[in-house]
Ligand binder design. Structure first.
Ligand SMILES: [Zn+2]
Length: 213
């Protein structure tokens, strides 16, 4: 019986399906969803989903055997092992770094805007990064404006090619066609030798999950 508040998280279905193997939790072996409210997940997949939702474990549970074992038998509230605050602090730090590196210019549309209209957008999301990649603050993230570029890139409406050119992604909508056209064919200002691999990951990931959307 549940006696404590469950932490509420929301993750796009396509992204959650990208993490869960067939037969795991609510996903059937043929990749469709089961009906129901509660499904068991192993701790590794559960942590991956929580990270995807922007949460962070207070210690590196999944990377540490000893802790991972402890988590398997853990039956208390999830919320006391997680902190949203640390993710916010990391975002502030990353944005500050990116503003220093790149000035007040959106890496996608090229607009110059006030600081507060930018976010440090992870090119490869933090849940998919190794520890070293996460530390690569300069190259793993870019500066994306809140006037649309951040969302267009994160959701896969646009991708950045091997040559650094912004191209339409597999996700399409007539309603945002103008916004997409506004950035397509531009050179992505954050693309370079050091960040190329992260943009490649973003393209591959979105293409591999596009048919599940
Ligand atoms: Zn922009």
């Amino acid at each position: 019986m549940l006696t404590e508040t469950v932490q509420k998280i929301r993750i796009p279905r396509s992204q959650a399906l990208g993490v869960l193997d067939g037969g795991q939790g609510p996903v059937t072996s043929s990749g469709t969803l089961r009906n129901g409210y509660f499904f068991p997940l192993d701790s590794g997949h559960a942590l991956q989903l929580l990270r995807m939702a922007g949460m962070q474990t207070t210690d590196a549970v999944s990377e540490n055997e000893e802790h991972a074992e402890r988590l398997d038998g853990y039956s208390g509230s999830v919320s006391d092992r997680l902190t949203i605050a640390s993710v916010r602090a990391e975002q502030r730090f990353l944005r500050g770094q990116q503003l220093l590196y790149r000035g007040n210019t959106c890496s996608l549309c090229g607009l110059s805007l006030p600081d507060e209209l930018f976010v440090a957008a992870h090119i490869k999301p933090r849940w998919a990064c190794s520890e070293n990649e996460r530390m690569d603050a300069r190259n793993v993230a870019m500066l994306a404006c809140l006037l649309g570029c951040d969302a267009l890139f994160e959701l896969g409406y646009v991708v950045v090619s091997e040559q650094g050119i912004i191209e339409p992604g597999k996700r399409r909508s007539e309603q945002v066609a103008d916004r997409i056209q506004h950035v397509v064919d531009r050179k992505c200002l954050a693309h370079g030798e050091e960040s190329r691999q992260y943009f490649a990951w973003h393209r591959d990931y979105l293409y591999s999950t596009a048919d599940r959307q």
